[in-house]
Each structure stands twice: as C-alpha cells, then as structure tokens.
Ligand binder design. Structure first.
Ligand code: SF4
Length: 401
C-alpha cells in the first residue's frame, strides 16, 4: 500500500448535529473518549511521521485534509501554527504537502476565510442538496437551521478565494431539477455528490434503491446538456465519463483506483477510512498511534488493506459483471452486511448499473463512434446482474470483517 492522503481529525466535536452524521448519529460513540482538538505536540510528531513515510516510499507530494467533527473549531491560530510547523520541518526537503479543509462552513467569517486563503488551505464545504433539506437535517444542537451561515461561508469563499466547492449526500426527496438549480444558485465551481452511507443492515429504514439510479440519470442530463460554460464540475459524473472512455481514474464509488487515504484521530490514533464505522461500531479502531508507531503500521490493519484494495477484492458476482471495470463493486460501505461482511455487491448495484449504461449511451452517441464506444442495452445488463445474483459464492476473506 502507498498512502498519499491523511484525513486529519482536527476536532472531535461539531457545532452541528446533522441527523445522518456517521460520526455522531450512526451508533458509534468512540468520539466521546477523544481529545476535543488535535494538540500542538501531536502536530509536530505527525509531520515527522509523514516525512519518515514519504522518504520510505519515495513520495514527493502528500495531502492533508482537515476534517472533524468541525475543523474550524480549532481556530485560525491553530492553522497558523500548523503551517509554520510544516514549513519548519519540510523547508529543508524537496517534499510538499497540500492542505485541504472539509468544513460545514458555518464558522467561516471574513478573517477566517482570508486567513485560510493566505495559508494556502483549500476549502470544501459540506451541505445538503437544497435549502429545505439542509434546514431539516443540517441543524445546530438546538435544532436551528444552519443554512444561512453555510451559504454565507460559500459566498465568502467565492469573494475571497475566487472559487468554492461543496460536498452533498444525494437526497432523492429533492428533485434533480431543484438540486441542480440550488447548486447553480450557490455559484460553486465544484460539487461532489456522495451516495448515502447505507448498507444491507441499515437500508431497510430508508430504502432508496431504484430511486437513486433514476435521480442520478436525471441529474446527469441536467448537468451534461447545460450549455452554461460556468456550470459546476460534478466530479461523480466527470470521473464516470473518464472511466467510460477507459482513462484510468477512480474514486471511492467507482473505478479501479486505490483507497489511498488514512485517518489520524485527535488522539493520534491511526485508522482506516472512518466512514466505515457505520458498518459496525468500533470497526475502524486500531492499536496504533503516531506517538509510538510509524504510519507504516496502516499495513497491519486488515480493514485498511481491504479499503485500499476495495475495488480489487470483489465478490464473485462483481468479478463476473460486464460493468466490473467501471463500477468495480461500488462504494465499500454499501457492500456490508452482518451476514456476509463485504462479500456483497453494492446495495445500489442496479442504480449504478443504470447510470453507467445511460452515460455510456450518451457519450457513444455524442462521439459518433469516433472513439469506438458501443451503446449498451440496460435491460440486458440488469438481467445479467440478476442472474449472477442467484448464486451466492463464498469468500472467506471478504466475509471475515
Ligand atoms: S454487480 Fe453491481 S456492484 Fe458489482 S460491479 Fe456490477 S454493477 Fe457494480
């Protein structure tokens, strides 16, 4: 494994209490035993650990994503200290670290936004698909909507940084049209759409299978055929187009890439992608910590290995699927069940399949066979998938989690 991104839990608490949050509201309560803020002592240790790791694996470019909880709770002074410490340790090397922050945006004011901009920390804001949905789910601890503050944070990014990006979990209660219009009204440059963190155990409570595929198809059409040259880049769709064109690409949801991310908790614990906690409380817990252990110990965490190779260690059904190279089993979280571990196709298997077929057929038509891209019959693909599903294959490794 070669990890080139750390998601750093700068703060273990959050000023919001979003009902779907995997950190606080999906059964895992490990955050309660963690320090509230990643300390300055640990910051120095972390940079030395990263440098040690980059030297060992001959990596010149690394990324740190500030995450939480809510990373802005650490305060601007902390980020100034963080970047100064980085410069002290890395200025004598030929290695570089990019800094990115994923925030709920509510605490962004002129000073904080300007400060992050000057520190060269890129800002991504998380919000819901429309104002009404955001006001319903993305709320403060007193249930008050956070919409106005988030919108203000995005406006400040546009004004001070000159661009903005958002991350939203797909919500089929909002029509694709309302979602797209909302996206454009925010004037964001980038948007990332995430599948809900559901698995076979949880999907019964909020079963959106069948709806998500159609939602994504309509959303894709709105975006793809929009002639506005300032339309936002939606990475889920642009990545999919690249995959269909056989250009090597991948993200957590699709493609044959690798899960090159690890988590460092506010107490210095080394873990794999913490969204996997929604599968089973404590599933990502490890015995490694940056105080005593090198980042290399990520290799000794079985779940971290599975996450890294998630699109390569597949259930037999996915291996036999005609879309295997593009979908590659889907998002790992969506494959979990208590019964079979990760030896399942994605709960959104047919939704993803319909989207891939739809996009491939549009791209094939648009490129007039110039690229030799063939149309595919979605009915045949779904029938194949359903036939494959009839046989359950054992896979001891994937079932062991
Ligand atoms: S079977 Fe479903 S989840 Fe697996 S690769 Fe095919 S479309 Fe994706």
């Amino acid at each position: 494994m070669k990890i080139n991104t750390i998601v750093l839990k700068v703060a273990s608490r959050c000023n919001l209490n979003c009902s779907y949050c995997y950190v606080y509201n999906k059964g895992d309560e490990t955050y309660k035993n963690k320090p509230k803020i990643f300390s300055k002592e640990l910051t120095k240790i972390l940079f030395n650990r990263i440098l040690e790791y980059m030297n060992k694996y001959n990596i010149n470019l690394y990324t740190i994503v500030f995450h939480g909880g809510e990373p802005l709770l650490a305060g601007l002074q902390y980020y100034k200290f963080f970047v100064e410490t980085y410069e002290d340790i890395f200025s004598v090397t030929n290695k570089t670290i990019n800094f990115v922050m994923q925030t709920n945006g509510t605490l962004l004011d002129e000073e904080f936004t300007q400060g992050l901009f000057e520190l060269d920390i890129s800002i991504g804001v998380s919000m819901d698909t429309t104002e009404a949905t955001n006001s319903k789910y993305r709320v403060y601890h007193n249930n008050k909507s956070s919409y106005n503050e988030i919108k203000n944070g995005i406006d400040l990014c546009n004004k001070i940084v000159g661009n903005s990006g958002i991350l939203s979990v797909i919500n089929v209660q909002d029509s694709p049209n309302d979602t797209y219009l909302h996206l454009k009204s925010l004037k964001v440059n980038y948007a990332n759409l995430l599948l809900p963190d559901e698995n076979y155990n949880t999907i019964t409570l909020n079963d959106t299978r069948g709806k998500i595929g159609q939602w994504l198809i309509e959303m894709f059409d709105l975006w793809f055929f929009d002639q506005d040259t300032n339309k936002p880049e939606i990475s889920l769709f642009s990545d999919l187009i690249l995959l269909i064109l056989s250009l090597p690409h991948g993200n957590d949801i699709m493609g044959k890439g690798f899960g090159g991310t690890m988590i460092i908790e506010t107490n210095g614990d080394i873990e794999t992608n913490d969204t996997l906690r929604v599968c089973k409380p404590g599933i990502t817990k490890s015995n490694f910590n940056i105080i005593n252990d090198s980042l290399d110990t990520i290799n000794d965490i079985p779940l971290a290995k599975l996450y890294y190779y998630a699109h390569h260690h597949l259930p037999k059904m996915c291996e036999e699927c005609v879309l295997e190279n593009i979908c590659a089993g889907g998002y790992l979280i969506n494959r979990y069940s208590d019964e079979n571990g990760f030896n399942n196709e994605s709960i959104y298997c047919e939704d993803i399949a319909k989207l891939i077929c739809h996009v491939q057929n549009i791209i094939a038509k648009e490129t007039y066979d110039d690229l030799g891209l063939k149309s595919i019959n979605v009915k045949d693909v779904i029938e194949d998938i359903r036939n494959n599903k009839k046989t359950k294959y054992e896979n001891k490794y994937l079932e062991s989690f």
